[in-house]
Design a protein around this ligand. Structure first.
Ligand SMILES: Nc1nc2c(c(=O)[nH]1)N[C@H]1C(S)=C(S)[C@@H](COP(=O)(O)O)O[C@H]1N2
Ligand SMILES: [Mo]
Length: 491
């Protein structure tokens, strides 16, 4: 039987565990080597699809906090048990230092097993050994009164250590500035083109025709992004191919270079959500590479795989129009957007644009991808949408109201955006930005009106085929939100 730990033992164990996690953070920051990362990954992997979908639809971004919180709690709990065992050992042998050392070794082994980084696992082990030993010494020490005062000292030291570690870890491991992408000379011209075509809007906060890299939305199955250098990276074509092929980064960037506008939209976003952005991407067409491997696949389909364990199944004929990108707005692809190479599929939902792309496997039979296994149907063409975000609603000096936003319909393009300020009874055509080339990019719209109290504003787009945006509202699951964005605007 193990006695229930008393208050001092519990405090020592909890503090030691927190300092150990903090020690790991100082050494490696919020990265894959952080001890919490593998536990978080397990939690994500084991969460059933319906729960993931429920979280995406109802909890949104905060869903990340839930699994990160669980992972942090699990690691602190685990380390706490190790520390408790160390304290007990110290008491039994009357050698608190031995107990501390044992807890340190225990945490080192645990961390090394979790992260597979034995050297970096010393970072959590050190503080664990020190604080468990100190706690053990105090538990052993004489009068209750003295030990309580000491405990307060240790508490302050431990929290001070953890706080300093959190700040230092952030400073040491913050994002480094991005280098220019190789062979991306044409990107600047594209960026100027976007700037020249943007609509003049009163709002400073509304994105232009190209989104800032920092503001570009992010959707990842993993909280901790893969770290793949361009030297390590390669893309292999496997499965039912006439000829296997592996492409290295240096070869890839020597192929035909294009700088394309491509808009991405996530199938999981709300109707008026913000998972819609545009960049100028530097890369090379995928078609010639596919020709070179001579696909023999019976289903004319392929599985695309990323280094984070993500996978998407896709028809080969659509893949032919795809693009392998290593640059974003003239810079190398940021880690969070798939460094060093991702695929971009024109006109299809965001989930098809696999980041950290490492393998294209030609299949014999259709097989579900990561999100399809979880109940989504997000590999098809994007739905038509016109957005009206908060930043697009501006009261002008003369009392009129300017409404502005973006509309997107994938490769179908946008031919018209209409705005109603009376709940859909009457409609006016909005101004549109000139269409950008490359055929998978949004347009901006703008409409100014004289307000009279409260207005029921509705916005709707028509795609390049003349098809009006679907009026009937559906939620994002399984194949993307539909409906017309409707908002109350009051002068
Ligand atoms: N490897 C990998 N690729 C991925 C994802 C992912 O989690 N892992 N998410 C997909 C989803 S759902 C979307 S909407 C887009 C988002 O791309 P972004 O994060 O660059 O905006 O990437 C897609 N590609
Ligand atoms: Mo997505």
């Amino acid at each position: 039987m193990i006695d229930r730990p008393d208050r001092e033992e519990t405090l020592t164990a909890a503090l030691s565990a927190v300092t150990a996690v903090a020690g790991s953070f100082v050494a490696v920051g919020w990265s894959r080597q952080f001890v919490v990362a593998p536990v978080d990954q397990q939690i994500v992997n084991l969460t059933p699809g319906p729960i993931v979908t429920f979280m995406i639809e109802n909890v949104g971004e905060a869903g990340h906090l839930v699994h990160i919180g669980l992972a942090l709690g699990a690691v602190v709990g685990l380390f706490g048990l190790v520390s408790l065992a160390g304290v007990r050992l110290g008491t039994r042998t009357e050698r608190p230092l031995v107990g501390g050392l044992a807890a340190g070794v225990g945490v080192w082994l645990l961390s090394a097993a979790l992260t597979r980084e034995p050297l970096l696992a010393l970072a959590p082990a050190g503080p664990m050994a020190v604080f468990t030993a100190v706690g053990g010494v105090q538990t052993a020490a004489g009068s209750v009164d003295r030990s309580r005062r000491r405990t307060l000292g240790t508490l302050a030291a431990a929290l001070g250590f953890a706080g300093t570690a959190a700040v230092t870890g952030r400073l040491l491991h913050g994002d480094a500035p991005l280098d220019a992408a190789p062979n991306a000379e044409g990107a600047d011209e594209r960026l100027s083109e976007a700037e020249a075509n943007r609509l003049d809007t009163a709002s400073d906060d509304l994105p232009g025709l190209v989104s800032d890299i920092d503001g570009f939305y992010n959707v990842d199955i993993a909280e901790f992004d893969p770290e793949v250098t361009s030297e390590e990276w390669s893309l292999t074509f496997t499965g039912d191919v006439g000829r296997e092929l592996t492409v290295e980064f240096d070869d890839l960037i020597e192929r035909d270079v294009e700088n394309r506008f491509v808009t991405l939209r996530c199938v999981g976003e709300d109707l008026n959500g913000k998972k819609l952005d545009t960049a100028v991407w530097t890369g090379t067409p995928l078609g010639p590479l596919l020709d070179a491997v001579d696909p023999q696949s019976d289903c004319d389909c392929a599985m695309l795989r990323g280094d984070d364990g993500y996978y998407v199944q896709f028809p080969t004929d659509v893949l032919r129009n795809g693009f392998l990108a290593w640059g974003m707005n003239g810079k190398e692809l940021p880690q969070s957007h798939g460094h060093p190479v991702r695929v971009l599929i024109p006109g299809h939902w965001g989930e098809t644009n696999v980041k950290w792309l490492t393998e294209i496997e030609l299949l014999n039979t259709e097989t579900d991808g990561y999100w399809e296994e979880r109940g989504w149907e997000g590999t098809g063409e994007v739905k038509t949408v016109a957005k009206l975000w908060d930043e697009g609603i501006t009261e002008l000096d003369d009392g009129r109201i300017e409404l502005a936003g973006h509309a997107y319909a994938g490769t179908r393009g946008i031919s018209r955006v209409e705005v109603s300020t009376d709940g859909g009874d009457s409609w006016a055509d909005a101004d549109l930005s000139d269409p950008l080339p490359d055929g998978d990019v949004w347009r901006q719209w703008r409409h100014t009106f004289d307000p009279d109290g409260s207005h029921d504003v509705v916005v709707r787009a028509t795609d390049g085929n003349g098809t009006l945006q679907t009026e009937e509202e559906t939620s994002s699951s399984p194949d993307g939100a539909a409906g017309w964005v409707e908002r109350t605007v009051t002068a």
